[in-house]
Design a protein around this ligand. Structure first.
Ligand code: NAD
Length: 469
């Protein structure tokens, strides 16, 4: 037999070069950050295959690792500070609370409860199984919070995740993803469980949305991106915009309602999608409510000319919020209209008609209009109208069980908080776990590990049922 040594040498050399170029050297590990979206997705798909051979207790160890990284004091402070500086939105003290909340109260593998059916024909199990590679789009209003809660839930479910952070908060998102991958590697996890690109952009998000290896899309953001993921033909979870109303009727504990509303509305300068965006107060108690809000950190603007000046300043053509004012403090906004106040002022209030832009627009700034109505039934009717069918979040302060029930039924929101601040709805002073991805449009509600899983049935015929001989 003639052996062509030269040819064999050539083939071996080519194979070695190919292998080298597809496997970066140890030192080149970029902790989940890739130049191109295609590379990020390929790495994520490879990691997911490896991840399938890890145990459930490994998954929980990795979840605990994420919690540990986020809750380390220096990391928590750094990411909170950097998110505020980079996005120009929110306040460090609130970001610290939100990031810690996301780390501590996003459920891990305990969320994946198995269903079992046993009887004459045997045993059937239904388990929550991974989708595979998930593409997750994060908003600029909760950049790190979303990376934290989505990473915990998606990894607990056995998936890997490709993030598309908002370009306005890319630096802090990349920093956090690197930190998380470094910890996961230390714990023996496959590399690249959480990935993104160096330059997040709309173009890269589009590549991600259309990539065949991305099995599920999760959009946390405004209506545009929610619609975009739902139009891809892939399994999509949409966590979209809200405009949460808070109704206060004549039976409420007005002093408590005033405190709760000011605190809820000013939390992270009103950035959370769940935060109180307009008050609808029954005439009989409206003055007393305003009096109490003013005693608890609200500043009332009465001059119509100044209110109009604020509308010009903080909205684009009275239709959308001006991004330069989103998540800014009440003190900052008031200063721009020539009113000097101290940091003790948490929010700005004013009475407004129903069609006022501040009532109708999801502003995401601590400006809280108050609409006065003659009775509770009209309050509920208007709350439903001004929520714009988002079915996101609403609050009501009342001691009338019948009216509380009426509003809960009619407004159909994913979160309905009774006699508390909005953030009680995501586990701060209210029962329940947390998430910063609240999926109203697609119906998963407050997402958790099981939202990012496929239900699969496994049937054993005639066995393992033990109740009868
Ligand atoms: P946004 O819609 O401008 O951006 C969200 C994300 O989508 C960003 O990463 C952005 O880059 C991307 N994006 C937007 N349009 C896109 C397009 N056409 N193609 C590709 N990518 C696109 O929202 P934002 O200002 O970052 O966040 C605020 C909005 O998000 C508010 O409406 C708020 O209510 C909502 N939000 C909802 C939830 C929830 O859980 N339901 C949580 C946080 C924020």
């Amino acid at each position: 037999m003639n052996i062509d040594v030269e040819l064999i040498e050539k083939v071996v050399k080519k194979v070695l070069t190919d292998v080298e170029s597809s496997c970066p050297a140890e030192s080149e590990y970029t902790y989940g950050i890739f130049e191109t979206m295609d590379d990020a997705i390929e790495a994520s798909a490879k990691a997911q295959k490896e991840y399938m051979s890890y145990s459930m207790s490994d998954r929980q160890r990795f979840v605990e690792g994420i919690r540990e990284v986020v809750c380390k004091k220096e990391n928590l402070e750094y990411m909170s500070q950097r998110a505020v500086e980079e996005s120009g939105m929110g306040a460090v003290e609130y970001k610290i609370i939100k990031n810690r909340l996301a780390a501590e109260k996003s459920p891990g593998i305990e969320d994946l409860t198995t269903e079992a059916l046993s009887g004459d024909d045997g045993l059937t199990l239904v388990e929550y199984c991974p989708f595979g590679v998930i593409g997750a789009i994060a908003p600029t209003t909760n950049p790190t919070e979303t990376v934290i809660c989505n990473s915990i839930a998606m990894l607990a479910g056995g998936n890997t995740v490709v993030f598309s952070p908002h370009p306005r908060s890319k630096g802090v998102s990349i920093w956090l993803i690197k930190k998380l991958n470094a910890k996961l590697e230390e714990l023996g996890a496959p590399r690249n469980l959480i990935v993104t690109v160096q330059e997040p952009s709309i173009e890269n998000t589009n590549i991600m949305m259309n990539h065949p290896k991305v099995r599920m899309l999760v959009a946390t953001g405004g209506p545009g991106i929610v619609k975009a993921v739902m139009s891809t033909g892939k399994k999509a979870i949409g966590a979209g915009a809200g405009n949460p109303p808070v109704v206060v009727d004549e039976t409420a504990d007005i002093e408590k309602a005033a405190v709760d509303i000011v605190n809820g509305c000013s939390f992270d300068h009103n950035l959370p999608c769940i935060a109180e965006k307009e008050v609808i107060a029954v005439d009989q108690i409206a003055d007393y409510l305003i009096f109490n809000m003013k005693n608890n950190g609200a500043y009332e603007v009465k001059d119509p000319a100044i209110i109009e000046q604020m509308v010009e300043l903080v909205t684009n053509d009275r239709k959308k919020p001006n991004v330069n004012f989103v998540g800014k403090s009440a003190q900052y906004i008031l200063d721009k209209v020539g009113i000097k106040v101290g940091p003790e002022v948490k929010c700005i209030i004013m009475e407004a008609p129903k069609d006022h832009p501040f009532v109708q627009i999801e502003l995401m700034m601590p400006i809280l209009p108050i609409v006065r109505v003659p009775n509770v039934d009209e309050a509920i009717e208007f709350a439903v109208e001004v929520e714009h069918g988002n079915r996101h979040t609403a609050m009501m302060h009342s001691r009338n069980v019948e009216k509380l029930t009426k509003m809960a039924k009619e407004i159909e929101t994913t979160i309905f908080v009774k006699n508390g601040p909005s953030y009680a709805g995501i586990g701060v002073g209210g029962m329940g776990y947390t998430t910063f991805t609240i999926a109203g449009p697609t119906g998963e509600g407050l997402t958790s590990a099981k939202s990012f899983c496929r239900k699969r049935r496994c049937v054993l015929q005639d066995g393992l049922h033990i109740r009868m001989k």
